[in-house]
Design a protein around this ligand. Sequence first.
Ligand code: SF4
Ligand code: SF4
Length: 384
Amino acid sequence: MEKVALLKCDKYDVDLLEKKLREGFELLGGDEFLRSLIPQNSKVLLKPNMLSVEKEGSPVVTHYAVFEAIIKIIKDYTNNISYGDSPGFGDGEKAAERCGLKAVAEKYNVKFADFNDSVHVKLDNSILCKSWNVAKAPYEADVVITLPKLKTHAMAYFTGAVKNQFGCIPGTQKAAWHTRMPDANNFCKMLLDLNTLVNTNFAILDGIIGMEGNGPRNGTPKKMDMLIMGKSLTAVDSTAVRLIGYDDPLDTPVLKEAYESNWGAVLPKDITIVGESFEEMKVKDFKLCRKAGNFYFKSPVVNNFLKAMIAPSPTLIFEKCIGCGRCYEVCPEKPKVIKFKNKDGKRYPTWDMSQCIRCFCCQELCPVGAIKTKNTALSKLINK
Ligand code: SF4
Ligand code: SF4
């Protein structure tokens, strides 16, 4: 049975957050729990979500106050703390500076780890992927604590504790993984393997203000006043997805793959929630981005036919587009899918959907939210 602490916290105040996180650790086993999680003087790596270069307080990235509160607690056990991430677009250190993490880190002498510094390693006990090029800092840390943000995600439906470690893949190599794993099911198996590889030890999910709708970057901020923490990444994610409206955690690809691969606790019967009442913390009217719709078959003919019928696709909000070309730059299938056209003196992208693998990197990283996911008639029916 995996224990998950569910806490109510209604603002990004460092003192309040520290108090809440200490309460959470107390519920999970107190000082003894923390001592076994963070052995004295161990090398701890904090992995916030720094999806892209975002301003301070942005709901896209982990809030700097959550980051500061956990550092204050870890400092009781070790001073060997670093942090880092490899954003989907842009420079990691610049992203840390812009969103306020760098200033906090400097205050506590927490080092920035450049995730472009990578190692080539093998993973024998994998579900799917044996060979990796991964950021050295999380791979070599004694303890990896992930600090995800609770958000919707067009491909994975939800991004939380498991998905957050995709940032451990250095820079543009992320696109290559999308090409190697074009369907969500295998991509999610890869994410689980990646967490085995870097041995993510603990998760604190920031759901005080998360994101609904067109996430993970261009959705709507959603105040939910919650923190979810635990050693089991899948138990944390399973609790989160049920709180935002998935009655069955197996409706989300990461948790479905985790369950089928026997990778961590997924079902409610295998998870004990301590702290706040689950029923009282349920989020009303959360706008999920997808409920179902991924069907993959071995035959490419059947697969392509069903993809066209069922899979949502990226689509342009013409008025918002500024013609910057980032969607093209981040597309792992470049130059096959996105081409540019001109209309009324404006440059805008078009998609060849027969070539698109539906990774939604373009939607995720458009700087102005000009791409949304469009459901087919059949996927709308499934999502009812
Ligand atoms: S859709 Fe977004 S990323 Fe693509 S060109 Fe327009 S503004 Fe840039
Ligand atoms: S067009 Fe967008 S969704 Fe399609 S493969 Fe490229 S980045 Fe992925």
